[in-house]
Design a protein around this ligand. Structure first.
Ligand SMILES: *Cc1c(COP(=O)(O)O)cnc(C)c1O
Length: 397
């Protein structure tokens, strides 16, 4: 079957909730993927910031295959070794207290919101607490995660969502302060806003939020689903700022390709929030996905993945800055480490993305006008040069 026919066949049975790119991806190798007609693409999208180790990283497949041969799933009613190991490594990486594994980022957000509300409920003896989230944020598509997603277009058709959610402006302390009431139990934000358009948090903003949260016993929740797991050059982006959250969510690159997320509680939240019966999941943290998480942490340590990201970040930034200088239609570059955005002005960002696809480069957009680059963390200088050369051609057209 020709690729076009394969895509039409998929549309027959798959609900049309995505306007997919006109390509059927067949396999990956390193930092490249191939479509079913054999065309090769350099991957600067990484399955939306998931494939941190690219494709078939040495040792990764073997670890998953070995776990398939032992035990795929057993439920959370029993202990299993991969979860125990993955939990230990995740907690060590963030220096927090307790982890709960989920199937997705969305579910990690759900758990984080429940933990925050339960904490306030236990403290005050009553419910009805409020959560402050940010405009232009993205936290997922379930009814709870959507409730804290700062994009009215996504929320509107599904209202009423959960109550008690207020929105403030990212990097604007006064705007957050204006939303704080006696009922506020948590402030939720992405350390680097991803889908909203690649906006890193400012250091003062995070430090002042931390101070307010400490003063008023409000839980500070950082969504590290997209910017975490090494993407900025540290395991978690907040580790650059010296501002530790009370609750953190993680997913996407956590398993580098298997569906897994986690919410992690600091000591305060862990000591007084969710207890047996409060929260659960059938699949979450099963032996298969946790074997992947555990192996990902091992590879990060053995192969110094964080150092690699830090070493190559200046080169990636300089390369993108050169494109921004050369072309009027690139208004700015924003980002941190390997989560970078080029603001495209005067022409649709989708036009650049489609041209890149045709020329063998996978990139995606963020917000309405940002070209997003979230490559595997194992890209080389040569990969960056190739990306820049293709983008150069696309921007010139
Ligand atoms: C992708 C994303 C989510 C949702 O994660 P899913 O795995 O798609 O459920 C939540 N928050 C942020 C910051 C994300 O980038």
């Amino acid at each position: 079957m020709k690729m076009r026919e394969q895509m039409d066949a998929a549309e027959v049975n798959i609900l049309h909730t995505y306007n997919r790119f006109p390509v059927m991806i067949d396999r990956g190798e390193g930092c490249y993927v191939y479509d079913t007609e054999g065309k090769k693409y350099l991957d600067f999208a990484a399955g939306i910031a998931v494939n941190a180790l690219g494709y078939h990283y040495p040792g990764y497949d073997e670890a998953l295959k070995a776990q398939i041969d032992k035990l795929l799933h057993i439920s959370n009613l029993y202990y299993n070794e991969p979860m125990s190991e993955a939990g230990e490594k995740l907690i060590k990486a963030c220096g927090m207290s307790k982890a709960f594994f989920t199937n997705s980022g969305t579910e990690a957000i759900e758990g984080a919101l429940k933990a925050a509300r339960k904490y306030a409920f236990l403290r005050d003896g009553f419910a009805d607490h409020e959560i402050i989230a940010m405009n232009h944020s993205f936290h997922g598509r379930s009814m709870g995660a959507l409730s804290v997603t700062g994009n009215a277009h996504y929320r509107e058709p599904f209202e009423p969502l959960i109550g008690g959610v207020k929105f403030a402006d990212f990097n604007d302390l006064d705007s957050v302060k204006a939303q704080i009431t006696e009922k506020t139990c948590a402030i939720l934000l992405e350390t680097v806003q991803g889908e909203g358009g690649i906006y890193p948090a400012q250091e003062d903003f995070l430090k002042e939020l931390r101070a307010i949260c400490d003063e008023k016993d409000i839980l500070l929740i950082f969504d590290e689903i997209q910017c975490g797991m090494g993407r900025t050059g540290k395991y978690f982006a907040w580790q650059w700022y010296g501002v530790k959250p009370d609750i953190m969510t993680c997913a996407k690159a956590l398993g580098s390709g298997v569906p897994v997320g986690a919410f992690v509680l600091g000591e305060k939240a862990a000591a007084a929030s969710l207890v047996p019966g409060d929260h659960g999941t059938t699949y979450g943290g099963n032996p298969f996905v946790c074997a992947a998480v555990s192996k990902v942490f091992d590879i990060f340590e053995q192969d110094h993945i964080l150092d690699h990201v830090q070493e190559l970040t200046p080169y990636l930034e300089e390369t993108l800055d050169k494109l921004a200088e050369k072309y009027d239609c690139v208004a700015a570059r924003r980002g941190r480490g390997f989560i970078q955005g080029l603001v495209i002005a005067g022409r649709p960002v989708g036009d650049v993305v489609n041209k890149a696809l045709a020329k063998g480069l996978l990139v995606i957009s963020a917000g309405s006008d940002v070209l997003r680059l979230v490559p595997p963390l194992v890209i080389t200088k040569e990969n960056i040069d190739e990306m820049a050369s293709i983008l150069d051609q696309c921007l010139a057209e």
